[in-house]
Design a protein around this ligand. Structure first.
Ligand code: UDP
Length: 320
């Protein structure tokens, strides 16, 4: 099997590449290196630097591949609300370019990195795939918009697809084979880590008056190596004629911001300076996934996502 991994030099993409290589897949990485990193490239995978807005570059790499994993997206929620145009062009136009080139070249199997952001404010938890999709930020809108195109491209162009709705991606490869630290991280755990190593003087915990056990927000943190395994399983499933659908990827277990900070202090031996500040707009108090469908359809189960392993594998990277 020869798979084109678009965005394969990024944080999640590089873990996906490692997983595919371990299953004997021939991998070509296509990445514009805007956030991808050279240290994340594996010598066993071919690498082409290119932009998903460049249709001829996509055509040049598409011939002869059996499937595409697409993770090349802009993903900063705040930025998406300030510069929706960037997100429209990159996440929507760019993905449509990929689908159109796949259709032209007869490539049938597509695994799309989607997000829990398609759901918006949870109306119930755990959130399953039947939960209403009402994104509250433009990033989530772009992901949902592509999910709405996919059944059409399935029916009209014969593209089989799985959209993987990631909850909160965290952690690093336990073997240290992915070497690039995410640049300019915007998410909780890297911010906690940067505070623990002293890159930041302190951090803010956004709200401690939520209706949760310790008052801070609860999220479903899923280890990136568990996300990676789902991509392999999805490709394998599609290659055997599996049916197109969207699947949640989470653990079903919630961890609070406070627990994340305290676990980092415990496992790193470093103090994390934090202040409680105002709630951040748009944050639900509790968001956890029901991933029973991914388990039933793909046989997927998270095995790397316990809190200690999440912290240990991340801390190991920040110590370097
Ligand atoms: N958070 C925080 N301080 C920070 C960054 C995040 O308290 O500096 C909280 C945020 O309010 C949310 C949780 O950490 O409750 C996870 O936020 P993140 O931005 O990582 O992911 P999200 O759940 O928003 O996709």
């Amino acid at each position: 099997m020869h798979i084109l991994v678009i965005g394969g030099a990024g944080y999640i993409g590089s873990h996906v590449v490692k997983e595919l290589l371990q299953h004997g897949v021939q991998v070509t990485v296509f990445d514009d290196m805007s956030t991808g990193q050279n240290e994340n490239l594996f010598p066993q995978a071919a690498f082409i630097k290119g932009d998903i807005l460049d249709v001829s570059a996509l055509e040049a790499v598409m011939n002869g591949v059996d499937g595409v994993v697409h993770l090349a997206a802009k993903k900063a929620v705040g930025e998406s609300m300030e510069h929706p145009e960037k997100y429209a062009v990159n996440n929507i136009t760019g993905t449509l370019n990929i689908l159109n080139v796949m259709a032209k070249c007869g490539v049938k199997n597509f695994v799309f990195s989607s997000s829990a952001a398609v759901y918006g404010m949870p109306q119930y938890v755990p959130v399953d795939e039947k939960h209403p999709t009402e994104p509250i930020n433009f990033y989530g809108f772009t992901k949902l918009e592509i999910e709405r195109f996919l059944p059409w491209y399935g029916n009209l162009k014969g593209i089989n697809w799985i959209a993987l709705r990631y909850f909160n991606a965290v952690g690093y490869d336990a073997d240290g084979d992915v070497k690039g630290l995410e640049k300019n991280p915007q998410n909780l755990l890297p911010i906690v880590m940067e505070t623990a190593v002293g890159i930041r003087q302190g951090m803010k915990i956004f709200g401690n008056d939520y209706d949760t056990e310790d008052g801070t927000c609860v999220r479903d943190y899923i280890h990136v190596s568990d996300l990676a395994s789902a991509h392999w399983l999805a490709l394998d499933y599609l290659s055997k004629g599996g049916s197109s659908q969207s699947l949640n990827l989470g653990t079903g277990k919630g961890i609070s911001v406070w627990e994340m900070v305290k676990a980092t202090e415990r496992l790193s031996g470093q103090k994390v300076n934090y202040d409680f500040s105002e709630r951040r707009a748009g944050d639900p108090s509790l968001l956890v996934a029901a991933s029973d469908t991914a388990n039933a359809v793909l046989g997927w189960k998270p095995v790397h996502s316990d809190l200690d392993n999440i912290i240990r594998t991340t801390w190991a990277m920040y110590q370097k």
